[in-house]
Design a protein around this ligand. Structure first.
Ligand code: SF4
Length: 476
């Protein structure tokens, strides 16, 4: 089904109750459209990770089913939804700022404002919204995203504020419509929540414990995506490597990959995020054997110091991490590694930090996502006393960035003059004369081409390497 030129995917059954609310809202919206002589619009503001991006696709799917259309860039919308993130403090502050700016002058009609996501699973945040942001109409959490139609219906029919936050995760809900932002690549959740409790991380508290979706539900979703013409899927989870453990499966993730590799129409499979402690031999074998699995592994190491890793509760040592990298490289020689690194975890000494630089030098990551440690209330690390001063963190951060940028640059330069396979995603955002896509190693490529080859795999000759992308032209 297609709405406003975007693909809407919808499965049946489980969402029946919510679909009834969608139908009721559809009637309200149709009436409003007839009176206002304009369609009702929505604006989704998404913060944080791919999980949130994908949750936002589900909210958009529900809204489009109700009859809302996406508001134009910068235009006021009838409903504004914030999909929030609480992994870093500055993201939270930004959201409060944006919420405040939507407060209308007294007496003016306003948009319906809804807020969901990880921030809403923290009681002190909900209390603050309740008391200080009285123009916010609907508040709901990560565990009951699927009840959004019911909550919106309540707001539309009573005019009252609606707060509904579930403390505990329920079963994984299947059947939410999703208005996917892309027509070539699609995200597919396979595990929700996380049970690892890394000491700096708030995710297990706000997204709940790890719950795997049933293998048959995932396969069925990917088959439907293939039918709709999607070429690439990215399997999502806080720790995809432990997929199926909670369902009693053995080698669950590898076995899922073998099953997905057989689906006709899908050209590429990616996954993120991997936890080193659960990166099994069976997964490495799958990466070697399965032709659809791309040669890219995002493997956060966070710190090179075994002492700090223990404090972080990461459950691997520096040597074990490097050993894994060697194993994967032996199995898949042209693999590209990317990673996440935290600088300035409490108690990090110069010596600890040198171990981090050492890992970066030894692995030679294609890209690293680097973060300054920031305190997250509610986590164990927030209670540690030996916090690293900001100026020390920033100085180390600068050195790390310099090293990683040099490595990325060297790796990218090696692509000049080579031909690479690119899955074409459409026109480039940076340069409308060019098309854009990614290599199997997840390198961004912008290239010139005479015709629109969106959705196709093409060979592109790389003519120039830029710090964060490659420039090319379609190979004759
Ligand atoms: S694995 Fe660790 S860092 Fe990742 S989501 Fe779970 S607790 Fe957070």
């Amino acid at each position: 089904m297609s709405v406003n030129g975007r693909i809407i995917e919808k499965t049946d059954d489980i969402m029946q109750k919510q679909f009834l609310y969608i139908e009721k809202i559809k009637e309200i919206i149709a009436e409003k459209t007839a009176i206002d002589k304009k369609q009702s619009t929505y604006d989704l503001r998404v913060y944080g990770c791919q999980m949130n991006e994908h949750d936002a696709e589900k909210l958009a799917g529900m809204l489009e089913e109700m009859g809302y259309v996406k508001a134009g860039e910068g235009e006021p919308a009838d409903i504004v939804i914030f999909e929030t993130c609480c992994v870093r403090e500055n993201a939270e502050e930004k959201i409060y700022g944006h919420l405040g700016s939507l407060k209308p002058p007294t007496g003016k009609s306003k948009s319906i404002i809804a807020i969901t996501g990880c921030m809403m699973q923290q009681p002190h945040v909900v209390e603050k919204i309740r008391k200080s942001y009285t123009h916010v109409d609907i508040v709901f959490g990560t565990h009951n995203l699927h009840t959004f139609p019911e909550l919106l219906y309540k707001r539309l029919t009573t005019g009252k504020r609606v707060f509904d936050i579930w403390d505990a995760e329920g079963d994984t809900v299947e059947g939410l419509p999703a208005a996917r932002a892309d027509r070539v690549k699609a995200w597919v959740n396979i595990v929700l929540g996380c049970s690892n409790f890394c000491s700096y991380c708030i995710v297990p508290y706000v997204r709940g414990r790890e719950r795997s979706r049933r293998k048959e539900d995932i396969i069925s979703e990917v088959e439907k995506l293939a039918e709709l013409g999607y070429k690439e899927i990215t399997l999502l989870g806080q720790n995809v490597n432990s997929y199926g453990n909670d369902l009693g499966m053995k080698d669950g993730f590898a076995s899922l990959l073998y099953a997905l590799n057989d689906i006709n129409g899908i050209e590429r499979i990616r996954f993120m995020t991997s936890h080193p402690k659960d990166l099994s031999d069976s997964l490495i074998t799958a990466m070697k054997e399965l032709p659809l699995l791309c040669e890219h592994l995002h493997l956060p190491f966070q710190s090179g110091s075994t002492r700090i890793l223990k404090e972080m509760n990461r459950k691997y040592t520096k040597e074990q991490y490097l050993g894994l990298i060697d194993k994967v490289r032996a199995a898949v020689p042209d693999i590209a590694f990317t990673t996440d690194i935290i600088v300035g975890f409490p108690g990090e000494t110069e010596e600890d930090f040198m171990h981090t630089l050492d890992v970066v030098e030894k692995v030679r990551f294609d890209q690293a996502f680097t973060f300054l440690y920031s305190i997250r209330t509610g986590t164990r690390a927030a209670t540690l006393e030996n916090q690293v001063p900001e100026d020390v963190k920033k100085e180390r951060f600068g050195r790390l960035l310099e090293l990683q940028n040099a490595i990325t640059n060297e790796i990218n330069l090696k692509y000049e003059g080579k031909s690479v396979e690119v899955l074409v995603e459409g026109k480039s955002r940076q340069n409308s004369e060019m098309y854009t896509g990614r290599t199997r190693q997840h390198k961004l490529v912008n290239f010139s081409c005479d015709s629109d080859l969106t959705g196709q795999l093409v060979n592109v000759e790389i003519i120039k390497a830029w710090p964060f992308w490659l420039e090319g032209k379609v190979a004759k």
